[in-house]
Design a protein around this ligand. Structure first.
Ligand SMILES: [Zn+2]
Ligand SMILES: [Zn+2]
Length: 659
């Protein structure tokens, strides 16, 4: 015990000593020493857009599957910088990185104001916060003139007339001029003058800089308050009246350079709801973006190197675009649209991420399909009807990359569908992840017994509609329909799923039975296609392919008598192709047939399931045993005993109503 305490005191003493270490071990030196650092590693002088671009690229990229690329996005990749945090909006990130690349190369495009346009909680703030955090953790160091209120680049000290030589020697480009304060110190303080009266700019002290949002270094945030009495000083600093009396009008020490733009020098300013501010703010921003200068009447001009990342919602943006008075501003802005995610699996990933970070993590059991049900509703609410008349449910599955069986001859072109959706503004409205998370949180919080199942979530979403302001009249009718409608709704889909889950649980050795049925069907269908006869294994007699067997399966998926031959031929070709490629061929390879086989098995089983689920007294030992086996199967598939029971109850109720 005494020993332990001794060790604790040592450690505490060590920590306290460390906490007093000057400057956190950051580099300090003179301008001369700094130039040696620049020569060794010119990257330390890169400007803010290049720094951000490098920060994203240095984490690496991953290829995106061809099938997921829309036209004009052929070179799209997935940026690891955003992965695990942003889901399903690869195009947006592609547009964004293109902009930073343009900025890094100092092109005109890169000198516009970046404006993220999208609905609430579509990921605009998450993008901004990832960039802010990234800058704080950036590995390439950067440096500043010590005590400069703008923590400016030390190379500004190099006199204009001498820059070409220094640029050549150091291997970098020098942009920007000294801020009024540093200029004043260099020219007025005796220590920076030699006996001949020359400025010893090479002696000015330089420190390593660490960008930090909390310390207001290199990362600024601007949020408009009341637009009527918004003060521009929040953006560009202000005159310090006390100091002006001391130093006199126009004196560089008479200003406070603490506006968000000055804070954001060397890094990034996040400008929230940019279109809610007065137009005079926009002109200040444009000068910063275009000329890297803060110019304001009565205020000393200063050089600013920052990326302006602003955002706004769709409605404000359309209003701004329609207003002729703003025309001069339009082509100074670079809008990037940030819609909601439209891919089911990514939507589920968003919820998982948020739940993992909440207090519910590990306390609550989430039943299979519960999050999927919520995601399905969210995605459907963001979709628009397609010209082909495809309803939202099917579209959601297409966008998710699932193979959806189509009776039409033409296979659906998923890319065409997505492009059309984009034109119609899909993802720019609908239920936000926040709306859905509120519903999820309520279910998770209510989870008595520690479980949440799809029915709980559907109920909770419905409840949320009644407590949400901001949906249009149209959506107020449409959303409950998408959630609870008789057809093409989340509930309808869940009914179907639940039924399948239960049937599979009841099917003893489901896969084996399905494969056996499939093999049998294929044997007869192949013989049919080749116009051959089959040999009965017992009697050794030749016989025709069994029409009754084949039809009993085909009817399950609505293949009419007249189309049976075509269906079998298609299957035969598919099988031959698969075997030729060296692929295996089982009942899961061909979704239409898989569906038919499952339906057939299930139809044969329906009575058994109904009987078992109807026997609520559980007196019959046979049904009790069967049910126990089904529950055991469900446990293997991610259900807990309570959720398994709830699922059987749900399906039992459904079957009773059908009878
Ligand atoms: Zn300065
Ligand atoms: Zn459970």
């Amino acid at each position: 015990m005494a020993d332990d305490h001794g060790r604790f005191e040592d450690q505490l003493g060590g920590l306290i000593r460390q906490s007093k270490g000057r400057n956190d071990g950051l580099w300090e030196g003179t301008m001369t020493e700094y130039m040696a650092l620049v020569h060794a590693n010119p990257k330390i002088t890169q400007l803010a857009p290049a720094r951000i671009y490098e920060m994203i690229m240095s984490r690496g990229t991953e290829a995106v599957e061809e099938a997921e690329k829309l036209p004009h996005y052929e070179d799209m990749v997935r940026y690891k910088f955003f992965s695990g945090e942003i889901f399903g909006i690869e195009e947006v990130l592609h547009d964004l990185v293109q902009f930073f690349r343009a900025g890094a190369h100092r092109t005109e495009t890169g000198k516009r104001i970046l404006i993220l346009v999208g609905p609430v909680s579509s990921g605009k703030s998450t993008i901004a916060s990832l960039l802010r955090r990234g800058l704080e953790q950036q590995e390439t160091p950067l440096y500043a003139i010590r005590d400069c209120p703008l923590h400016e680049e030390p190379l500004h000290l190099v006199p204009r007339s001498k820059r070409p030589e220094f640029e050549r020697l150091l291997g970098v480009r020098i942009e920007g001029d000294l801020c009024p304060v540093c200029k004043y110190r260099l020219t007025e303080e005796e220590r920076y003058k030699d006996h001949a009266g020359n400025y010893k700019w090479e002696d000015m002290p330089v420190v390593e800089l660490r960008l930090s949002e909390r310390s207001r270094v290199g990362i600024g945030t601007f949020q408009p308050s009341d637009p009527k009495n918004q003060d521009i000083s929040e953006l560009i600093g202000h005159v310090d009246l006390g100091k002006i009396t001391q130093y006199g009008e126009g004196h560089p020490l008479g200003y406070r350079f603490d506006g968000e733009l000055q804070v954001a020098n060397r890094g990034l300013i996040e400008y929230i709801e940019i279109l809610k501010t007065d137009i005079k703010f926009h002109y200040v921003l444009i000068t910063v973006a275009q000329e890297q200068l803060i110019k304001a009447p009565g205020f000393p001009q200063s050089y600013i190197d920052t990326v302006i990342l602003s955002h706004t919602n769709e409605t404000e943006f359309q209003k701004f675009k329609a207003n002729k008075e703003n025309e001069a501003l339009h082509d100074r802005m670079y809008p990037v649209f940030v819609p909601y995610n439209l891919r089911l699996r990514d939507e589920v990933a968003i919820y998982r991420k948020l739940i993992e970070r909440s207090e519910f993590h590990q306390k609550v059991h989430i039943a299979p399909f519960a999050l999927e049900a919520a995601a399905l509703f969210a995605v459907m609410s963001r979709l628009k009807p397609s010209s082909g008349g495809m309803e939202e449910l099917k579209k959601a599955h297409y966008y998710n990359g699932e193979v959806v069986r189509e009776k039409e001859k033409d296979p659906v072109n998923a890319k065409k569908l997505m492009l059309e959706g984009r034109e119609k503004g899909e993802g720019l409205s609908g239920a936000s992840p926040r709306f859905v998370m509120n519903a999820l949180n309520i279910s998770l919080g209510d989870a008595h017994g520690g479980c949440v199942n799809p029915v709980d979530i559907i109920r909770s979403l419905k409840h949320q509609f009644e407590h949400h302001i901001g949906f249009s009249d149209e959506d107020q009718v449409r959303f409950p329909q998408l959630l609870l409608g008789e057809k093409n709704s989340v509930l309808a889909e869940y009914r179907e799923r639940a039924r399948k889950e239960v049937n599979r649980a009841f099917l003893y050795a489901y896969e084996d039975q399905a494969q056996a049925l499939f093999d049998n069907y294929m044997k007869h269908a192949t013989a049919f296609c080749l116009r051959r006869k089959l040999v009965d294994p017992v009697t050794r007699e030749e016989q025709e392919p069994d029409e009754k067997l084949m039809r009993s399966i085909e009817e399950m998926i609505g293949i009419p008598e007249g189309a049976k031959s075509e269906f079998r031929q298609g299957l035969f070709v598919f099988k031959s192709d698969a075997l030729e490629r060296g692929d295996s061929f089982d009942f899961k390879n061909y979704p239409p047939l898989q569906e038919a086989i499952e339906k057939k098995l299930i139809a044969d089983l329906k009575n058994i399931v109904s009987l078992t689920l109807a026997d609520r007294s559980r007196r019959d030992p046979k049904t009790a045993e069967r049910k126990q086996e089904a529950v055991a199967k469900l446990l293997d598939r991610g259900y807990c005993p309570l959720c398994a029971e709830a699922l059987l109850e749900f399906v039992g109720e459904m079957l009773r109503k059908e009878e």
